[in-house]
Design a protein around this ligand. Sequence first.
Ligand code: GLY
Length: 566
Amino acid sequence: MMSITKKILILTACIVVTVSPGFAAGPPAHAVASAHPLATAAGVEILQQGGNAFDAAIAVSAALGVVEPYSSGFGGGGFWLVHRAGDGKQVMIDARETAPGLAHARMYRDAQDNVIKDASLKGPLAAGIPGLPAGLVHLAEHYGRLPLGQSLAPAKRYAEQGFEVSSRYHQLAGFVAGSLRQNPAAAEIFLQDGRPPRIGYLVRQQELAATIDAIAKQGRDGFYRGPVAETMVRESRKYGGVWSLKDLEAYRVVEREPIVTHYRGAKIVSAPPPSSGGIVMAQALQILETFDLDGMSNVQRKHHIIEAMRRAFRDRAVFLGDPDFVDVPVARLLDRSYLEGLALTVDPSKATPSDVIGGGPALQQTGTQTTHFSVMDREGNRVAGTLSVNTLFGACFVAAGTGVLFNNEMDDFSIKPFTPNAYGLIGNEANAIAPGKRPLSSMTPTFLELPDRVGIVGTPGGSRIISMVLLAALDFVDGRLPESWVALRRFHHQYEPDQVQFELHGLTEFEQQRLAGLGHELREISRRYGNMQAILWDKTENRVHSASDPRGEGLAVVVPAEAGTQ
Ligand code: GLY
């Protein structure tokens, strides 16, 4: 049995701040920050066995898929932004899910062209072909140092021996217990007698452990061919899904060039399409660079950030989709004179109504769950990984016999262009469903780089991911540490709906009054949102900092070489 508290105590004992004079070539310590203490422990375990950051990324990703089934998993996908210290290579490994071969643009609409409630959210029809297992294999084959089986061992152990239900798990399972109950295989694993398990209950996943073992021993073939694949396809079809063996066999990871932008001397490296994160953030930063944010009052600064978000999210809605299927005009969207032109449309004295900007359909809301981790090793290799099954517990469907919980990432497509989707929001043609296509994502794993400092950051949170990472990037440039980035009060604008969304206490009464006075419609979300995991290497002081969002139950550690690491 895995005791989280015990693990935290062990890891806390490892936390140090290492200081050495001068400017260092490599960090003095490893660091791991993830949304769950057991996932962080898995990363540390692999680093201590001589693995590099990429092996640790495999261990953390796989562990998150076991202990945070509401956020990510082997039946889901994700993006790993990778920096290899040896040659400076930076790339995004795209393991996003793909639409099955029988998918089509109207698959979630009835004969009258109405959106069928929940069809893209619940059950196997909502699931894209998973990318996570292929991504783990790719990481091990191309970047890791250890055998895949060794890096997967902690996740397999957590699945076999079980992990304790936390208050967060209990609460999140409560939100979807009704849907989980619809699928006996999911209810059996994730509920206790049909109800959210009590805190401390052990969730054991023997079938998932066997699937992880198959991946460990056979690589891709352990998941995308053979008994696991056959069972997933059979179970999918039995319950109304459309997966085929051909779809699984055809799944491919894609290495993509990151989006790179510069803001006040900092280099920001982030996720390219099929994520919208890098482009939206780059556009917002370029717009903001034309303003003297430091010279503004707090309210004026927030007003300008909101207006920059509004304009960047407008372009997301109009232009972005899977670059393998649609022509995404990246160069034009990031053109400096275009963005300076957009900046000129910002009125410091009032909000610009989104319909005045015009230009097309609004944003389709993406899932609110997902997870993130950041890792760095002592060689300076880094990974920012954002992983997802989309909404809580994905499709709430497990393929019996495999332990694989299916994603519901198909809902990230535009289910019906120009018409509000199940979330009451609107999508666009560039993100319409097509076989083999990847749905547009907001996941924004990011590196923040200055000559003397390097940051690794990301968070879950659907479309709000991008604004959270944007606020963290601005905080990084202002010289603050990860502890500050993860704790920032959060606000967001996504063009449509035309409102400033902010988390509970995200804006003060005074800020709300002043922003409303500028014409902004304000909407307080009834809870705090996001779960940011961040690392900073300060090269001048040669110190490594890491921080886990106080809103979550994650754990960030810095592990010096003296703690037995290589
Ligand atoms: N499913 C969440 C996202 O990709 O943005």
